[in-house]
Ligand binder design. Structure first.
Ligand SMILES: Nc1ncnc2c1ncn2[C@@H]1O[C@H](COP(=O)(O)OP(=O)(O)O)[C@@H](O)[C@H]1O
Ligand SMILES: O=c1ccn([C@@H]2O[C@H](COP(=O)(O)O)[C@@H](O)[C@H]2O)c(=O)[nH]1
Length: 215
């Protein structure tokens, strides 16, 4: 039996604050309202057939690097009330890890990723589209620090990748998708975050009777 579901998409450039916003939303939701959380990064196409050096050169910021059709299938399954087995991505080796993570159907499906608003079929699955915005230099600094800390990279790796693929793909696919969003959050302004929270709380309450306290 299908359950009423609200699907929220959170897009934005690398380091903009998508995951931070998603976690803030979890904290604001009533504890009884669980969320099915899908990250587009989990759907990178496996590269284990390539050498480690070739994998590191892959363009992870182009839409073709992701199996978006599988993400769409998973959103549709969750909407039908069916659990899904989500692949796991290993950022250190650039391969799909062994095993999957089961995600169960909930009233809210939260989908996050740099490219989720650039795909027309994926946009059709989203009820509310949010784009988190921050200046390129701020995003690069955050990305550098996160990739050194959490993704096993060196400064040279991060800067080479940023110049060769991250920045050009951002300009080609991510930044233009901002204009598809219902809400653009300025992550350099805490008030903008608070206003976005109010907009989402209002939408969740009107469309699905879900309570979210933003204060
Ligand atoms: N408004 C902010 N001020 C300072 N640091 C932030 C802010 N938003 C996010 N960060 C930090 O920037 C890094 C990248 O944020 P994250 O939410 O992972 O970005 P994304 O998911 O868009 O790549 C994290 O270390 C996070 O703690
Ligand atoms: O194996 C990989 C897969 C992805 N990336 C980079 O990740 C970011 C997207 O993640 P954010 O959390 O939004 O930053 C994307 O820009 C890819 O370049 C990677 O480096 N290696």
């Amino acid at each position: 039996m299908p359950i009423p579901v609200v699907t929220i998409g959170i897009a934005g450039g690398t380091g903009a604050g998508k995951t931070t916003l998603a976690h803030r939303l979890f904290q604001k939701l009533d504890e009884s309202e669980n969320v099915s959380y899908l990250h587009h990064d989990s759907y990178y196409r496996d590269l284990s057939h390539l050498t480690p050096a070739a994998r590191a050169q892959n363009n992870f910021d182009h839409p073709d690097s992701l199996e978006t059709s599988l993400l769409i299938e998973h959103i549709q399954s969750l909407k039908r009330g069916e659990a899904v087995d989500v692949p796991q991505w290993d950022f250190a080796s650039h391969t799909r890890a062994k095993g999957t993570q089961s995600v169960t159907p909930q009233k809210i499906i939260l989908v996050e990723g740099i490219l989720i608003l650039s795909d027309e079929n994926l946009r059709r699955e989203l009820d509310v589209m949010v784009y988190v915005d921050a200046a390129a230099d701020i995003r690069l600094v955050r990305r550098l620090s996160r990739d050194l800390r959490e993704r096993g990279r060196t400064v040279d790796d991060v800067l080479r990748q940023y110049n060769e693929t991250v920045r050009p793909m951002h300009e080609m696919f991510v930044e233009p998708s901002k204009y598809k969003a219902d809400v653009i959050v300025n992550n350099e302004n805490p008030h903008s975050m608070a206003v976005a929270c109010e907009v989402l709380a209002n939408h969740l309450s009107t469309k699905a009777g879900i309570k979210m306290a933003c204060t």
